[in-house]
Ligand binder design. Structure first.
Ligand code: SAH
Length: 242
């Protein structure tokens, strides 16, 4: 009888454990899992993000590993955070919104301007085939590359340089995401966007900008304003703003 009961408990707990294992977040199994789930629920899903691929990527990528160690505990808060060199990692919701707006799938090749911490590149990498990312500040680019390789991402290519010019040899891109703000659309990026492709870019002043979705149709650019945002400026090698 007791044995029977024991077996029953074992079977029951096996069922519970296997259903827990199906919670899709298991990938990195870290101490921030719960906090990350809450971030996704309260900041991402509650605000209307619906693309399951984006939601899954936000659940899977350990955001706390992309911020300086002394900021780790704030990594899942509803705000951008400093990552050194006067630069920031975007607020989680903005990362999700920009990614969803691009309407990505696993066949695509995407260009990112402004690698920063590498967090946005990781999110993209989970969803698309190839990610190309450009960062103008060498120290950030190296750090991001180290973080991403340590996590095992293999479909991200890095370039240190001026992202205004894009990445001619790898063009055209299905989508382009610009995470620093110029005042106008960089011409080279416009050229490197595939016919039918989408670009998301903050455009405007040095403090606040409008997040704009650009679609290339029959060689023409169609613009749609998405939201008001604050990004760090897109700069030239001499530090002056584009
Ligand atoms: N996507 C990043 C956030 C980027 S912050 C993340 O997920 O963490 C914007 C970044 O754009 C900064 O790192 C800044 O150095 C970079 N940047 C500014 N001007 C640039 C340019 N012309 N080319 C490439 N990167 C640029």
């Amino acid at each position: 009888m007791i044995l029977h009961k024991k077996i029953k408990i074992i079977i029951l707990s096996a069922v519970v454990i296997s259903s827990v294992a199906f919670v899709p977040i298991k990938k990195y199994g870290d101490k921030y899992e719960r906090v990350r789930q809450r971030m996704v629920r309260e900041q991402i899903v509650a605000r209307g993000i619906k693309d399951q691929k984006v939601i899954q990527a936000m659940l899977d990528v350990p955001r706390h590993l992309f911020v300086p160690e002394n900021q780790e505990r704030m990594a899942y808060e509803d705000r951008p955070l400093p990552i050194g060199e006067g630069q920031t990692i975007s607020q989680p919701y903005i990362v999700a919104l920009m990614t969803e707006t691009l309407d990505l799938d696993e066949s695509m090749s995407v260009l990112e301007i402004g690698t920063g911490s590498g967090y946005q590149a990781a999110i993209l990498s989970e969803i698309v085939k190839e990610v190309y990312t450009i960062e103008i500040l060498e120290s950030l680019a190296i750090k991001a590359k180290n973080t991403l390789s340590a996590l095992g991402y293999t479909n991200i290519s890095f370039k240190i340089g001026d992202g205004y010019l894009g990445w001619e040899e790898k063009a055209p891109f299905d989508a382009i995401i610009v995470t620093c703000a110029p005042s106008n659309i960089p011409k080279p990026l416009e050229k490197q966007l595939k016919e039918g492709g989408r670009m998301i870019i903050p455009l405007g002043g040095s403090i606040t900008q409008e997040l704009v979705l650009i679609e290339k149709r029959k060689g023409k650019l169609i613009r749609k304003e998405v939201s008001s945002v604050r990004f760090v400026p897109m700069v030239r090698n001499d530090g002056k703003r584009y």
